[in-house]
Design a protein around this ligand. Structure first.
Ligand code: ADP
Ligand code: MG
Ligand code: MG
Length: 887
């Protein structure tokens, strides 16, 4: 209509959420598809933004409002707040993204001491008119005039109490008239002014108040949490009122076109007779089900169902709605695509495909990897008897049962002998890492969702409850005391629920999630509706995706599981853990050996053990590529702690008898000690400095492959060199590896293999064109690449300043959780382009944690990488997201 700021419902549609807000856009859409929406108009978010920028009402807005109000009055055949048969309006907020309960709505605008009588006469119902007026006074008083809303609530309760009535509906017209007088007095008392009687002034003040509600503290806080930008602004909807509070034949309700909790087909909702606005959700009286509405008012119920069907067909998705029935006539007041639980998302997507409403590709867009991950967490049996000890914060989901241990060393020791343990700490720090790795779950009595324990546990997919403040953790005494006086000791069994934050005494039975049992091959597609839905979405995703999915797996068990979960190879097989345990002694021997013969002996002892490791993994992944990373961490990680050993030797000196091996070992530990091991002697640097080490590993890999071939298998090993910064490092190591390969070929015949490198240092990404000359493949190690690009070490900083950075909006999300596409992502892009400039067919993957993160996967797909690799449990999530990325 040539207007700037104001739009009639007839002029908008559902795709204009930016301009009209979600509520306005959908009111417009419903109007235009012929649904019964009370007439009205929308003041756009442009007006809100203009207002926020200038701090004043934008010029021309008042005139436009007048123009649209006049038209609305003509349509309705009555004028705002006129003395007889008045037009009343609702003034409703509505931003692009729904912000439930954050902003304001004022109903019944236009009522005053005169028009309340006019409304009573026109409806022939005094009670209804005074009920509407008292509602206006409380909403206007709170929203526009800033009186605490509890002031009105308490006055209402006082009245009811004095009159001895229970429900609002028991108040008579006279009671409500008294209440109006009380409310007016309260407004005067709290604001020093009278409730404005002039209808247009009421309207203008309400509009301004709704715009202002965009910037309340709670709205800002909510937006920060939900990552909604602060500069979007809200729209304001001015809608003619319809009345659910006009006696028993009227009412108001909310409904979903399908069950949003389970996904079951069929409408689902609540209805409240003789009620208005938020009464339904406020829980002031017991609501009725839609089935009960059908009994009371079949005609309205039937129209409601017909409308819901029309909405689903139109939006092609589950919708939620707000409606009101006024004297047997149904009105639609709001709709939007409804929020749902993960299981509902999967079921609804499947059902809608079966109903022919959406295509399989669309169904895939209706579910997320995040939702699938939630469906995969184990659960405690709902029916089991439980003894609740405390409730903390559910920081990393899952259900874990185990024996209490209070420190990492004990965790490692007990887990090593096959016990399930829960690591219980006041709070964790990087020293607890090895304990966290082996524990079933982690419980802390301090810290929030961004504490070290929470962040690290989520990263590892380990169940974690943090901040269970009613627990007292006494690490020294090895006791855990509960507020009710009970005390638990090391070794006592507890169960923790990382979703609800609950901590239970003893063992609560756990069941694997149904979808996991399906991925494990224990359940058929048709065992359950949800399983069927997940299976169907996985098939869609596998058909659609371009990216291949591999797993990070260091053991044959993990490799086998990854394969069952759909992995198409191993993208990262770490070899360092293979040097722990009994083999630590051999590594020590290698390091302390003072001649070549000694080194040779140590390496010779390690060789068959390594070969066995690789044979089993290659067997589990037969026919698929297995990328094995040669040893990466600094060697001192395999040696005793410097301080402990120093003390040990000093004691021996005091006693006058020092063990020779301890003395030599101490020299080497001192020699290898690094102030900053992350930037020290590790990765390819080790391979160059310690003669024979990479060669031994190469031989073990190739001999294992030869054994597999002899056994009729199809081994596809890929040897990967970590931490390369210069092509010359790679050349040196590659020559040595090739020499070993030639020897093995001589002895055992040709063994197929590739030699490639990780790209995990900025220099490697910058010079990827040179590095590609000596590499058959690249794998971006995005964990190290993130550390090296940002210049901080994950183990040190996550617990120190990340939560502050998140709070201050410096990070939206930890760069270790989701790839920093701007910075680290640029290096990945550059490395890919440069690598492929040298070798067009260079095979490129990603093996950091980011390989299992949904938004990072979409980024890697866009860059045209060949695969991502993630932990076995993330493999289905990655498959799903790779499919979603491709459509
Ligand atoms: P929210 O965004 O918090 O849901 P709404 O603007 O939808 O706020 O308003 C809250 C409630 O007020 C609605 O659910 C509805 O019951 C009632 N309401 C809104 N507009 C009208 C109207 N024009 N006539 C009658 N009731 C209305
Ligand atoms: Mg609403
Ligand atoms: Mg690395």
């Amino acid at each position: 209509m040539g207007s700037h700021f104001v739009y009639d419902f007839a002029d908008g549609n559902k795709d204009q959420k930016d301009l009209l807000g979600g509520k306005g856009a959908n009111l417009a859409e419903m109007t235009n598809i012929g649904l019964p929406v009370p007439p009205g108009f929308i003041i756009s978010t442009d007006a809100c933004r203009a207002w926020m920028e200038s701090g004043r009402e934008p010029a021309g807005l008042a005139d436009e409002v007048t123009e649209h109000l006049t038209r609305l009055e003509r349509t309705m055949g009555k004028q705002l707040g006129q003395a007889d048969n008045p037009l009343l309006v609702a003034v409703r907020s509505g931003a692009k993204f729904s912000m439930p309960g954050m902003m304001e709505t004022v109903l019944n605008v236009g009522l005053n001491d005169e028009s309340v009588q006019g409304l009573a006469d026109s409806a022939d119902d005094d009670r209804f008119a005074w009920d509407s007026y008292r509602r206006l006074l409380s909403m206007f008083g709170a929203t526009v005039l800033g009186v605490e809303s509890s002031v009105f609530g308490e006055a209402l309760d006082d009245h009811k109490h004095r009159l001895g009535v229970k429900d609002d509906t028991d108040l008579t017209a006279d009671d409500l008239r008294d209440l109006v007088a009380t409310y007016k007095g309260l407004i005067r008392e709290h604001t020093g002014r009278d409730f404005p009687q002039e209808p247009r002034e009421q309207l203008d003040l309400s509009i301004a108040a709704v715009f202002d509600s965009w910037n309340t503290d709670r709205a800002r806080l909510y937006r920060r949490q939900e990552r909604i930008p602060d500069d979007l602004g809200t729209a304001v909807n001015v809608v003619s009122m319809v009345f659910g509070n006009r006696g028993p034949g009227s009412g108001t309700g909310v409904a979903f076109t399908r069950n949003p909790a389970t996904g079951e087909q069929g409408a689902y909702g609540d209805y409240l007779e003789n009620a208005q606005g938020e009464d339904v959700v406020a829980g002031i009286r017991n609501t009725l089900s839609l089935a009960e509405l059908e009994r009371i008012d079949k005609t309205s119920f039937d129209s409601l169902l017909a409308i819901m069907e029309k909405l689903e067909n139109h939006y092609r998705d589950m919708c939620d709605i707000e409606f009101t029935i006024e004297g047997g006539k149904l009105w639609m007041l709001q709709t939007r695509v409804g929020k749902r639980t993960p299981q509902a998302a999967f079921r609804i997507a499947r059902h809608m495909v079966a109903e022919g409403l959406i295509s399989p590709a669309e169904a895939l867009q209706r579910v997320t990897g995040q939702q699938l991950a939630q469906l995969m967490f184990p659960r405690f049996d709902e029916c089991a008897d439980k003894d609740l000890l405390a409730t903390g914060m559910g920081a990393s989901p899952g259900a874990a049962v185990g024996k209490i241990v209070f420190d990492s060393a004990t965790a490692v020791e007990w887990a090593g002998r096959g016990e399930d343990v829960i690591l219980v700490r006041k709070e964790t720090n990087p020293d607890d890492l090895h304990g966290m790795v082996v524990a079933r779950g982690i419980l802390t009595s301090r810290g929030g969702k961004t504490s070290h324990a929470a962040v690290v546990a989520r990263g590892m997919g380990r169940t974690c409850v943090c901040g269970a403040e009613s627990l007292n953790v006494d690490v020294r005494a090895r006791k855990l005391s509960v507020r009710d006086g009970r005390t638990l000791c090391e070794g006592d069994v507890i169960s923790i629920d990382g979703t609800t934050g609950e901590v239970f005494l003893g063992e609560v039975p756990v069941s694997d999630a149904l979808v996991v049992r399906h991925f494990e091959g224990e359940l058929d597609d048709d065992a359950d509706d949800l399983v069927g839905a997940a299976a169907e979405m996985m098939t869609c995703a596998d058909d659609a995706r371009r990216l291949r999915i591999r797993a990070n797996a260091d053991t044959p068990q993990d490799a086998a599981r990854a394969r069952r979960f759909g992995a198409e190879g191993i993208g990262l097989c770490r070899t360092e853990h293979m040097f722990l345990g009994d083999r630590r002694q051999l590594v020590e021997d290698l390091i302390v050996a003072d001649d070549e013969a000694g080194q040779r002996a140590a390496l010779d002892a390690l060789l068959p053990l390594q070969r066995q490791d690789f044979t089993e993994i290659l067997e589990a992944m037969d026919g698929f590529p297995v990328t094995i990373r040669l040893i990466d961490p600094p060697l001192h990680e395999f040696l005793p702690d410097l301080t402990e050993l120093s003390v040990h030797v000093a004691r021996q000196e005091d006693a006058g008898a020092v063990d020779e091996r301890d003395r030599v070992l101490l020299q080497h530990v001192r020699r290898l000690h690094e102030v900053n091991p992350m930037l020290g002697l590790r990765g390819v640097r080790l391979g160059i400095l310690i003669p024979g080490l990479f060669e031994m590993q190469t031989r073990a890999i190739l001999e294992a492959a030869a054994d597999r071939k002899d056994a009729g298998g199809d081994p596809r090993p890929e040897i990967m060199i970590p931490l390369v910064a210069s092509v010359r490092e790679l050349e040196v190591v590659r020559r040595r590896i090739e020499a070993v390969a030639a020897e093995v070929a001589e002895e055992r015949g040709e063994v197929p293999h590739k030699i490639g490198t990780m790209i995990e240092l900025p220099r490697a990404a910058l010079l990827a064109d040179r590095i590609a000359k000596s590499a058959d493949f690249f794998s971006f190690g995005t964990n190290d690449l993130t550390q090296m690009t940002w210049g901080f070490s994950r183990d040190d900083v996550e617990s120190s300043f990340f939560s502050t950075y998140l709070d201050n909006g410096i990070f939206d999300v930890s760069p270790f959780e989701s790839l920093d596409t701007l910075g680290v992502g640029s290096l990945v892009r550059l490395g890919t382009e440069k690598g492929r400039a040298t070798r067009a067919d260079l095979h490129i993957g990603v093996c950091g944690e980011h390989g299992g993160d949904p938004s990072s996967i979409h980024f890697f797909d866009e860059l045209g990488l060949d695969y991502v690799s993630c932990s076995p449990f993330r493999v289905p999530v990655a498959r799903l997201e790779a499919g979603r990325a491709a459509i």
